[in-house]
Design a protein around this ligand. Structure first.
Ligand code: SAH
Length: 266
């Protein structure tokens, strides 16, 4: 599916032609001031290794390459965009990867530390963030543009994903971006978020089993916790068995998971 036949894009000048596809969530950020601010927020230091998710036609990429980063990996799923980028970007620090960021194995890059950045495709932003958290040991910071509502939800514990992210990262809201700065403009407002990895207390929690535990607790949110998890565990963790999942704080989930794992070895 595509939006309109053809957009001609390149910093306002007519240069390259590309079809923008709705199925890939392609809304290009075209405001130089916003692109510049995103890169400033990311505070890229000399020698850093950066991964951009969904570079599209390379609007943000160009600003990233003005910094002194050591290496820039671009992960883009749309082959047409990859071909365009390949022609356009000649910087030797860039490595283009045609892959799906929802399931990309960041450890395959053989880097010790990655800074992630991207104007994410909004239809799959949650799944890309989930995959980022799976590689928390390699990723101390991520700067992501998402739909504003998603940004607000990620800052709370109203969804399992919010709790999952908040367990390993602090989430800060950096700025709101109105639709007019994108091509084509999305129907929603956008927001830039930063995820900064927490040092304590969650470092030793294994994401996969924690994810299973959380999705189980978040199923049928209205049910009291004692209907989902043994009262013995709740009491040991100091949580009232009559509470509902949305009444818990991130720290409660961490505590509960620890008792749950010890008692049931799950
Ligand atoms: N960064 C660009 C484009 C953002 S639009 C800009 O700001 O102008 C989102 C981009 O993510 C598109 O280029 C789209 O093709 C790409 N994309 C969509 N799904 C993806 C996925 N699963 N993995 C990696 N890239 C994806």
């Amino acid at each position: 599916m595509q939006y309109e036949n053809c957009f001609k894009i390149c910093k306002g000048r007519v240069k390259s032609k590309v079809r923008l596809k709705k199925s890939f969530g392609q809304h290009l950020l075209i405001a130089p001031g916003i692109l510049q601010r995103i890169v400033e927020f990311a505070e890229i230091r000399p020698g850093e290794v950066v991964v951009e998710i969904g570079p599209g036609t390379g609007n943000l990429t160009r600003y990233l390459l003005k910094t002194q980063l050591k290496k820039l990996y671009l992960i883009e799923l749309d082959r047409e965009m990859v071909e365009l980028l390949c022609k356009k970007i000649k910087d030797p620090r860039v490595e283009l990867i045609c892959a799906d960021a929802k399931s990309f194995d960041f450890s395959s890059l053989s880097e010790k530390r990655l800074k992630l950045i991207g104007n994410l495709p909004y239809n799959v932003a949650g799944l890309i963030i989930e995959n980022t958290v799976n590689f928390k040991d390699l990723i101390p910071e991520a700067y992501y543009m998402v739909q504003k509502e998603v940004a607000e939800r990620l800052k709370s514990t109203t969804s399992w994903l919010g709790t999952f992210v908040n367990t390993f990262y602090t989430v800060d809201y950096l700025m709101t971006i109105p639709p007019r700065f994108f091509l084509p403009p999305p129907r929603v407002y956008s927001a830039l978020l930063v995820l900064r990895r927490r040092m304590e207390p969650a470092l030793d929690i294994e994401p996969e089993s924690y994810k299973k535990f959380l999705t189980r607790l978040y199923a049928q949110k209205r049910k009291m916790l004692k209907r989902k998890i043994k009262e013995e565990v709740l009491i040991k963790a100091g949580i009232s068995p009559n509470k509902r999942v949305e009444e818990l704080y991130t720290e409660d989930f961490i505590k509960l998971f620890r008792y749950y794992s010890v008692l049931f070895e799950e």
